[in-house]
Design a protein around this ligand. Structure first.
Ligand code: AMP
Length: 291
């Protein structure tokens, strides 16, 4: 496995791979790998000649009072995991390498961001699309792999690729969970012991909500209330939001009659956790998106 730390070397390597008719699968990450990241890498390995994964904790996507400094990092362990997963190239740029000066060109996102995490994290998705646009130009992937755990990110990246005609196929893979249902996240290590136990209720609450739809409920407000009540009753966390919206458009709906996202974010002292379920009008989980 090769480690590349400069934009120039990464770009030259990618161009030369493409000249040799190699396909590139790209897995962008912020590091501190867990099985969620590994699943993306393994899928990329199956579908491409070369797998490139980036590790970059992107300051642009963190707000002033967010956990940029506390975000867990462990490069040595990440390299071992990536190697085992079959990654061919790890791109690890410094902040200076990615942003040598203040950006002059800024992307404006008009839709899909005034709900869910976009509402409570102003500027977050602008930071995400900025770094991804740069990484796409540096790495030239044929396919890019994302986790549905960050389903709003997937919806925004889908728009980025379509609106700006990046010649990239978006692959969005299912959320990998702990055995008790908690969605795997690099941030889980920052949870206190009691918070970690409470956190299992996030997935249970979403599942309770989905079950109502399986049983015939069509009113999003009733489903949302079920999730709110369950999280409220069983955890010490402060709920940021629970929302049920159309997917991937992320529009408010009054009747559940299409594919939807049921999503929540909960603040614990140690970390802010997010989770979601994507399902159809009958409550059936949507297995694979955009493919
Ligand atoms: P991050 O390092 O948190 O930015 O995540 C990098 C990629 O891994 C993103 O596309 C995430 O959606 C994805 N990811 C993170 N956690 C999970 C998970 N539990 N299951 C599947 N994908 C995940």
């Amino acid at each position: 496995m090769k480690i590349i730390r400069t934009v120039n070397e990464m770009q030259e390597t990618a161009v030369s791979l493409l000249k040799n008719n190699k396909t590139i699968g790209f897995v962008p990450t912020m590091g501190f790998f867990h099985e969620g990241h590994i699943a993306l890498m393994e899928q990329a390995k199956q579908e491409n000649d070369i797998v490139v994964s980036s590790i970059f904790v992107n300051p642009l996507q963190f707000g002033p009072n967010e956990d940029y400094e506390q975000y867990p990092r462990d490069e040595e362990q990440d390299l071992t995991y990536a190697d085992t997963a079959g990654v061919d190239i790890v791109f690890i740029p410094t902040t200076q390498e990615m942003y040598p000066r203040k950006m002059v060109i800024n992307l404006d996102i008009s839709d899909r961001v005034n709900v869910l995490c976009g509402r409570s994290r102003p500027g977050h998705f602008q930071g995400v699309v900025t770094v991804l646009s740069k990484l796409f130009h540096i790495i030239h992937p044929n396919k890019a792999y994302f986790g549905r755990k960050d389903a709003q990110q997937v919806a925004v990246v889908n728009a980025l690729i379509e609106d700006l005609n990046f010649p990239i196929e978006l692959v969005a893979l299912p959320t990998i969970r702990e055995s008790d249902g908690l969605a795997k996240s690099s941030r889980n290590v920052n949870l206190r012991e009691k918070e970690r136990k409470d956190a299992t209720w996030i997935y249970k609450a979403l599942e309770n909500g989905r079950q109502l739809v399986v049983d015939g409920e069509k009113n999003p407000d009733i489903v949302v209330k079920e999730v709110l009540d369950t999280i409220d009753t069983h955890t010490s966390g402060k709920i940021d939001y629970v929302e049920l919206l159309s997917y991937p458009e992320l529009q408010a709906i009054s009747v559940i009659e299409q594919e939807v996202i049921l999503a929540t974010a909960v603040y614990f002292e140690g970390a802010r956790l997010i989770d979601n379920l994507l399902f159809d009008k009958n409550g059936k989980i949507v297995e694979r998106l955009f493919k």
